[in-house]
Design a protein around this ligand. Structure first.
Ligand SMILES: [Zn+2]
Ligand SMILES: [Zn+2]
Length: 347
């Protein structure tokens, strides 16, 4: 039984771990499992190769990763510049920036978890290029790359894809991580994320998997039941700074985590997956340690983590599960995807 508050050093906030109450009876909403077998190509999918998108552009007949400018961008270079005047202390400005979509594969029915490690490695290379290209633009101060996966997080099209928001502002979570990392560096001479890795190694119970240069773990201060961080062992501020060897290792660990997620309940595992990378506003980010975070919304196969009073109302998370137990569940999973096992067994 774990019942305590844990400090989240990257967000500077307390997480209430109340795992003693996790067997509370539940009689509310549940999510249906995804049953349908999807086709490899869907004529009316706006992400499949060769298909027409909203706005009339046509996708290339792409073979691997395909990047295009979002047809309905939330930030854009042509966002209105002539804005309504504000009153009092209120401020506004153009929603400038670039929004892109990254299709991971032409195969409509695949998922990141089901791609070959070499395909994931190729995707990581595309992310490197995008970070360099977008981050080098004068008007871009931050490049946020992420994937929303599953209907539980509002994604209706299962075609495997992620998004990129290159913005004139630095997203709040990154701003906080950068600030506390710099502060820790100035006060102790150490990288905050390295101290987190040291603490995880010393305890050991929350490490999911690792290889020579990359590691996956459920942080001590996890806010979600199955929150996992994937990180290189060497401190680099962004993905583009990883060497070819580090990129290959990182792809392998990322793949291992994704497969474990899907294997957990033998179903496509929904998540929000942001890449946390240093801002591109010209600041000094030597103390920033690139990592990927998984924020899965499910606590059980059909049970969502609801954000309510503590999270939305107060801004701090309340977790019903102990990270040590959940990490053990993930560690126990096979590294072979359950769909692949079925094929191999001829089922
Ligand atoms: Zn598709
Ligand atoms: Zn982070």
């Amino acid at each position: 039984m774990t019942w305590e508050e844990r400090w989240h050093p990257l967000r500077e906030e307390w997480v209430v771990v109340a795992a003693h109450r996790q067997h509370r009876p539940w009689s509310g909403e549940t999510l249906e499992r995804v049953p349908a077998e999807l086709p490899v190509y869907l004529p009316d999918c706006y992400l499949c190769p060769g298909n027409l998108r909203v706005g009339g552009k046509r996708n290339e007949e792409y073979q691997a990763v395909f990047v295009f400018d979002n047809d309905l961008p939330c930030v854009g270079l042509d966002a209105p510049a002539d804005l309504e005047a504000t009153t009092g202390i209120y401020r506004n400005r153009p929603a400038s920036g670039l929004a892109r979509v990254v299709c991971y594969t032409p195969r409509h029915n695949a998922a990141l978890a089901e791609l070959e490690t070499s395909e994931i490695e190729n995707l990581l290379r595309v992310w490197q290029q995008q970070y360099n290209e977008l981050g080098s633009r004068q008007e871009v101060n931050h490049v946020l790359m992420f994937e929303n996966k599953g209907e539980a997080v509002g994604v209706s099209n299962p075609h495997p894809h992620g998004q990129i928001y290159a913005t004139n502002f630095v997203f709040k979570t990154i701003e906080t991580e950068a600030r506390v990392s710099r502060q820790h560096w100035q006060e102790t001479g150490r990288v905050l994320f390295q101290d987190i890795l040291d603490a995880e190694r010393e305890d050991g119970r929350r490490i999911i998997c690792e290889n020579e240069t990359a590691i996956a773990f459920m942080p001590y201060f996890a806010r979600y039941a199955y929150e996992v961080y994937v990180a290189p062992k060497r401190t680099v501020p962004h993905i583009a700074a990883l060497s070819a060897d580090e990129l290959r290792d990182f792809a392998a660990i990322l793949k291992s985590v994704l497969v474990r997620f899907d294997n957990l309940w033998q179903m496509p595992f929904p998540y929000v997956m942001p890449l946390h990378q240093a801002p591109t506003d010209g600041g000094d980010y030597r103390s920033f340690h690139f990592h990927i975070e998984f924020h899965p919304p499910l606590r059980q196969p059909n049970l969502l983590k609801y954000l309510a009073g503590p999270e939305i109302g107060g801004g701090n998370f309340l977790s019903d599960t102990a990270p040590e137990e959940k990490a053990a569940e993930l560690r126990a999973q096979s590294e072979v995807h359950y769909k692949q096992r079925r094929t191999t067994n001829g089922e």
